[in-house]
Write a protein that binds this ligand. Structure first.
Ligand code: ADP
Ligand code: MG
Length: 748
């Protein structure tokens, strides 16, 4: 146990002198000594104020807790519910391929069972008979009885918690770590300590609210002190919503302010003022393009050219679903730069894509007499050094490449325009490194991730956005189906029929490490690893052999995966494009950009292991020609059966696939995908060098985003350097907490 602490006693006996809460070392707070302080430091808590910023991860609210006797009725509810009760038994089923853990608990009205399929030994050690626990989850049925599968849980442990619940209070539950637990700082103790702290606020001087008064009032936000208190001990849901809203707003406000500042910097720097398109572009349109631009292509192009004519560098995002025709739009802009006597660089994320883009570009540009080159890491030294010198002396006007473009050795004579394709594959540093090879070159980044406009304003906040939201005429909708193992023979026959009709097919296997995400996170926060790289590759390779020798014997079957050299990959891709292969067995290396209009079928194995956006990218590889295309998602038969017991992750995966099969609309898919991601996973900020969001959610908190953006951009416009009296606090928070992001913004 802790020794009585002198300073501790001192603070308690000196209520008259107010102390700065932000400067009060946590170890001198009542109930905390050096040992506990050390544990708190591991989660970033140093001062008493830090402790108030340690927000609950959930709340137990009596009005939202069900009695177990009502569990049967809760079967019909799709949302999560909570039950509180004491553990009656913990039972591990007999050894076998699928060992299960059963935990029964009761609240006096009835008994409910919880079931675990994964990590059963771990969970078996978590629960002890007699403990008071709050279980939360969706009620499902197992052997015709209601149950909870892999529920979330919180130990309540004391009678006082029970009392609190019975009297109708809301109990905060804090994020727990091993270090906190070992130091005796479970939720229950934290609750007690924080309660004491907020009850003795008269002894502390709270920091002045950094948010300007008019921002607080215009947006009806709670003041800092009140909001901090209510985060921990709200009387009802309404109070909780109010205080949470203030902190979400604040978080978004600083984020938007950073974006506004960056925008100011860009808008005020001098760029290259270019002349409008002339003969070269006209010739391109006449002689190279066998089609007319869609209305949104035309509109995007206008926006791009207007930027190029202005005196500031362009900083624009071109957003459009796969196959919407972004590349040709970019090429027109590239030609404008060339006409103005500048060089252009086109950066693609993989060697295959760079090579493919280069093929397209060269085909066009040779006709126009514009010199182009391809630069990738896989090229031999001699070739590369020739390319380097031709870029440097200006012989080459347009260079297409991978990140090989940003190597130090690459020097441009007059780089004036940059295209970055599939920008989500690059970090912002890479984008900047390329920009530094010219003097304020215009920048166009392209992405096939369609996101709602309010969001793109924030995710790509410093970029202007152009959207191509229509497909070229004559495209057929891809038909997508969700199937299980029993359908396999029929599916293979279908593919053979398509090939016999002259079409080609992709068969895709999941493979970790070639993809951007590394696994799924389960509802209780554990990472569920996907197939390892090795086993994934094995599956693809074995699948390939079987398909080639048995299923598709007599047809030409090829294999492509990330472990092959670039030359090998190129050979296979080329063979497929030239139709010397009928079926291509692949891992996700074919994810982006590959263009084979004759391919009409894509069979995706273990579809549940892919993220939604990734599936959408994959599916975009078909449906690019005049023939009807088909995408078949293979999933575990068990997961297709809605009536069977499923873990929440399995059920979620199934929902995801169902939604995907029901629509071709990239916006809808992206929105759903974003909805599923937690607030922490602010995709895009990672690449943009912006701080991650902890509280706000991109989709759910859209209204707050809009308000915070309005407030922040208003301030940045009227007082760009935040020198006014009312903005000094904001300025100092920005400098203190967002220094890294600021330095980063200034550097660009
Ligand atoms: P994205 O890069 O947006 O995925 P691409 O620029 O690769 O799309 O275009 C996909 C295909 O559509 C290409 O073969 C391209 O030549 C063709 N295409 C582009 N614009 C049009 C259009 N307006 N009408 C018909 N086909 C088009
Ligand atoms: Mg493309």
């Amino acid at each position: 146990m802790e020794k009585p602490n002198l300073q501790n006693a001192m603070i308690d006996s000196l209520p008259e002198t107010k102390r700065q809460i932000a400067e009060t070392d946590i170890q001198y707070i009542k109930g905390i000594g050096p040992r506990k302080a050390e544990a708190l430091q591991t989660v970033g808590i140093e001062s008493a104020l830090d402790l108030l910023y340690y927000f609950p991860r959930r709340y137990l609210d009596r009005t939202r807790i069900l009695k177990i006797k009502d569990a049967q009725a809760a079967l019909l509810m799709t949302e999560e519910v909570t039950f509180v009760g004491r553990i009656k038994s913990v039972y591990l089923s007999a050894r076998g391929p699928r060992r299960m853990l059963f935990v029964s608990f009761t609240d006096g009205t009835a008994t409910l069972k919880c079931v675990w399929f994964n990590a059963v030994h771990y969970f078996a050690s978590v629960f002890k008979e007699g403990e008071l626990i709050a279980f939360s989850g969706r009620v499902t049925s197992y052997r015709d009885r209601p149950c909870l599968i892999h529920p979330e849980y919180d130990h309540l442990e004391t009678e006082s918690d029970e009392d609190l619940l019975n009297t109708g209070g809301i109990i905060p539950v804090y994020p727990m770590t091993e270090a906190l637990r070992t130091a005796g700082l479970e939720s229950r103790s934290l609750r007690r300590i924080i309660r004491k702290l907020v009850e003795s606020t008269e002894r502390f001087e709270f920091p002045e609210d950094p948010l300007p008064k008019e921002v607080l009032s215009t947006n009806s936000l709670l003041g800092l002190t009140e909001a901090l208190t209510l985060m921990h001990f709200p009387k009802d849901q309404k109070q909780l919503t109010y205080s949470l809203r203030r902190f979400k707003f604040e978080e978004l406000f600083y984020l938007e302010l950073l974006l506004a500042i960056r925008r100011n910097v860009i808008k005020n720097s001098p760029g290259i003022r270019m002349n409008p398109p002339a003969q070269l572009v006209e010739k391109f349109a006449k002689e190279c393009l066998p089609f007319k631009f869609t209305e949104s292509q035309r509109k995007s192009l206008h926006e791009i050219i207007d930027d190029m004519k202005s005196e500031h560098p362009m900083h624009r995002l071109l957003q459009g679903d796969v196959g919407s025709g972004k590349t040709v739009v970019a090429l027109v802009a590239v030609l404008v730069a060339v006409e103005n006597g500048y060089q252009a660089a086109f950066m693609a994320p993989t060697e295959i894509l760079a090579a493919q883009q280069y093929d397209t570009i060269r085909k066009y540009f040779d006709i126009l007499g514009v010199s182009s080159a391809l630069l990738t890491g896989g090229q031999n030294k001699r070739l590369r050094s020739t390319i380097y010198s031709e870029i440097e002396d200006g012989t080459t006007s347009v260079v297409v490449g991978t990140h090989a473009l940003i190597q130090e050795r690459v020097k441009f004579k007059r780089l004036g325009f940059i295209v970055v394709d599939e920008q989500h594959r690059f970090g912002v540093e890479q984008r900047m490194a390329l920009q530094e090879k010219g003097e304020s070159p215009h920048l166009l980044v392209m992405t096939a991730t369609p996101i709602p406009r309010t969001l793109s304003l924030t995710i790509y906040g410093d970029l202007d956005v152009s959207v191509i939201d229509e497909m070229p005429a004559g495209r057929k909708k891809i038909k997508t189906a969700l199937r299980g193992e029993t359908n396999r023979p029929k599916i293979y026959k279908f593919i053979r029929d398509q090939v016999l009709a002259g079409r080609q097919a992709f068969i895709v296997y999941p493979l970790v490490n070639e993809t951007s995400d590394s696994g799924r996170v389960s509802s209780d926060g554990n990472l569920i690893p996907k197939a390892s790289k090795k086993s994934g590759l094995k599956a693809a390779t074995q699948g390939f052999v079987k398909l080639r020798d048995e299923v598709f014997r007599g047809f030409k079957v090829g294999l492509i995966h990330g472990q092959m050299t670039d030359a090998e990959k190129d050979d296979v891709m080329l063979a497929f494009k030239q139709r010397s292969l009928d079926v291509l067995v692949a891992t996700t290396v074919i994810e982006v950009g590959i263009d084979v209009p004759n391919a009409t079928v894509m069979l995706i194995e273990h579809a549940d292991r892919f993220g939604l956006s990734q599936l959408h990218q994959l599916r975009g590889r078909i449906g690019r020609g005049i023939h009807q295309s088909y995408c078949i998602l293979m999933a575990d038969e068990e997961h297709l059966n809605e009536k069977k017991v499923q873990t929440r992750d399995d059920a979620a995966a199934f929902q995801r696939l169902k939604l995907f099969a029901s629509t071709n609309d990239g916006f809808k898919i992206a929105e759903y995908d974003l909805m599923l991601r937690g607030p922490g996973e602010f995709f895009g900020t990672r690449q943009s060098g912006l701080p991650p969001l902890k509280l706000a959610h991109l989709i759910k908190d859209r209204d707050i985003i809009t308000q915070a953006r309005r407030a922040a951009f208003g301030i940045a416009e009227s007082d760009p350097h935040l020198r006014e009296e009312g903005h000094l606090k904001v300025r100092s928070v920005l400098l203190k907490n967002y220094n890294e992001s600021l330095a980063f913004l200034k550097a660009t």
